[in-house]
Design a protein around this ligand. Sequence first.
Ligand code: RP5
Length: 162
Amino acid sequence: MPKSRPRVAILMGSKNDWDVMKAAEQALSELGIESDPRVISAHRTPERLVRYLADAEQNGIEVIIAGAGAAAHLAGVTAAHTLLPVLGVPIGSSELKGLDALLSTVQMPGGIPVATFAIGTSGAKNAGLFAAAILARQDESLRARLVKFREAQSAAVPERPY
Ligand code: RP5
């Protein structure tokens, strides 16, 4: 089956972030949403970032998820270069276990917004689900798939702990 056009970009500062960021790809793919995972660092490959963002909207990208660790400025710099919604995922790859990335991502000065998620895999998964919720506003069949996902999630919770 031919792949549909990616609607969500998943940017990450390092190949080493993929272990965490693949949770976003998985959440999207379970809802039938194609994504575009890229290793793009705001400080190691700044030109690659600007180039990617210049064409992102035209290429069909509607939401950008940006995950990075340490002094994480990927989500903020991304948001500075696009009007697309940017969902930031702090990654616990540093000595500070993601607290540095969390603060760097969440504490954006007023004017350039970044929606910030939990540190690590839960954040990446929820960023994927949040991107799906944004897309579902204009996509009835995706909305129906999201409803099914929530129902299945509820059904999987046992009534009793034993
Ligand atoms: C950040 O620095 C990346 O997002 C990564 O989480 C962290 C460490 O990168 P590597 O040295 O593992 O490539 O830019």
